[in-house]
Design a binder for this molecule. Structure first.
Ligand SMILES: *Cc1c(COP(=O)(O)O)cnc(C)c1O
Length: 398
């Protein structure tokens, strides 16, 4: 057996997980880890959620796949509920975030094409992340992610977040097909956009006939304590893309569109073989039911506020910690020191988080995190920051 038979595009820890339960993951030798990352914002219901397991067992014995040539009840119900929860009308199902964004870009191009006013360009934000496929990569800001794969889509212009003057100039000057943004930027380090900026983007897109795409793949589907993060600003986009948690852990992505915008894709224009298969939709239905019918959304709002308070208290007390960003269960702790040693200390104590930048820890816990688990995580972090404080003092010494 090749000891490492993988294309080496991931930097992986030498941990092999074989089982999970709630917010805990277990390695093959039985060591438990408190999972504050949820498989990068995916396992919102935690691991082995009993209702989810039961539904998926049932679904596996009923129907896995029949193709998009036909309908099935789980897809019909999930699409209806997602459109309603988003304040939008039409849904396209796919399998990932990148695929959802590709679809949104195609819809935007097609919309202007149909109006007899082709607009090739896109506006995207510095710090924005939208996925790894060539189209999604074209609108992803990080230069090192894009460089080896150029040329990408032409006509993408980058805007500084929260700069309304630059936004107005670009939208009025460029006649772009769409503006795409994350209401809370995830991969750049958990940076919420200002509510005034989100509203200005909506107003300027209306004024210029530019479509507004919200990428809520990381910040949406309940993670911030509302179904969509942009609800806090009272802004509804023309298209929203969702993925990560919406399949309850199974691969599922979605584009949800205003009716007049979504209707531009006609038979033959787009497709996805696996997109919206019965298994993924059944997982998605359990996720939505837990979130919207069984009080999980309220739990995220409350638990997230407590988590944030706990982090703020640590940031006040520890010289190695600087500020807390984000809301709900999408939080970052910006440090005065490199994040890697703090992350190692957490890992040594059985806590999983990640370093979203060189100096920021990111927490994306499962929505089912209990009060005890949160307090346990905060006290372990407290100790890890004690050690980080000590390194800070040492480096201050002459
Ligand atoms: C993760 C992510 C994506 C890409 O999703 P994949 O499922 O990995 O393709 C796109 N946008 C945002 C904001 C993300 O966080």
């Amino acid at each position: 057996m090749n000891p490492d038979p993988f294309i080496p595009c991931y930097r992986r820890l030498p941990l092999r997980f074989v089982r999970g339960e709630g917010a805990r993951l277990f390695t093959e030798d039985g060591r438990p880890y408190l999972d504050l990352l949820s498989g990068i914002a995916v396992n919102a219901l935690g691991h082995a959620h009993p209702r989810l397991v039961e539904a998926l067992r049932d679904q596996a014995g009923a129907l896995l796949h029949a193709s998009n040539l036909y309908r099935h009840p789980w897809g019909d119900e999930l699409a209806t509920r997602l459109a309603e929860a988003s304040g939008l009308d039409l849904v396209f199902f796919c399998n990932s975030g990148a695929e959802a964004n590709e679809t949104a870009l195609k819809i935007a191009r097609c919309h202007h094409h149909d109006l007899g006013d082709p607009r090739p360009g896109f506006l995207a934000l510095e710090g924005g992340f939208h996925g790894r496929s060539l189209g999604a990569l074209s609108i992803t800001a990080k230069e090192s992610y894009r460089r080896p794969f150029e040329p990408l889509l032409h006509g993408v212009e980058w805007l500084p977040p929260n700069d309304q003057a630059a936004l107005a100039a670009a939208l009025r000057g460029r006649r772009a097909a769409a503006l795409i943004l994350e209401p809370i930027q995830g991969e750049s380090g958990v940076h919420p956009l200002e509510e005034g900026y989100l509203q200005a983007a909506r107003d300027l897109c209306d004024e210029t006939g530019t479509l507004l795409i919200h990428d809520e793949i990381q910040c949406g589907a309940g993670r911030t304590g509302s179904f969509l993060a942009a609800e806090a600003a009272g802004v509804v986009p023309d298209l929203v893309t969702l993925a990560k948690p919406i399949g309850g852990g199974l691969p599922l992505g979605a584009v949800i569109a205003r009716a007049e915008v979504g209707k531009v894709l006609r038979p033959g224009d787009h497709g996805s073989t696996f997109g919206g298969n019965p298994m993924a939709c059944r997982g998605g239905l359990v996720f939505l039911e837990e979130l919207l019918d069984h009080g999980l959304l309220e739990r995220v709002a409350e638990g997230g506020a407590r988590f944030r308070e706990g982090l703020e208290e640590l940031a006040e007390r520890h010289p190695s910690a600087r500020e807390v960003r984000g809301r709900g269960y999408m939080l970052a702790l910006e440090l005065e020191v490199p994040a890697a040693p703090v992350l190692d200390a957490l890992l040594g104590e059985g806590v999983l988080a990640n370093a979203v930048t060189e100096t920021a820890l990111r927490f994306l816990p499962p929505y089912v995190l209990t009060d005890d688990e949160r307090e346990e995580a905060l006290s372990i972090l407290d100790r890890a920051l004690d050690a980080a404080d000590a390194t800070l003092h040492r480096s201050d010494d002459p």
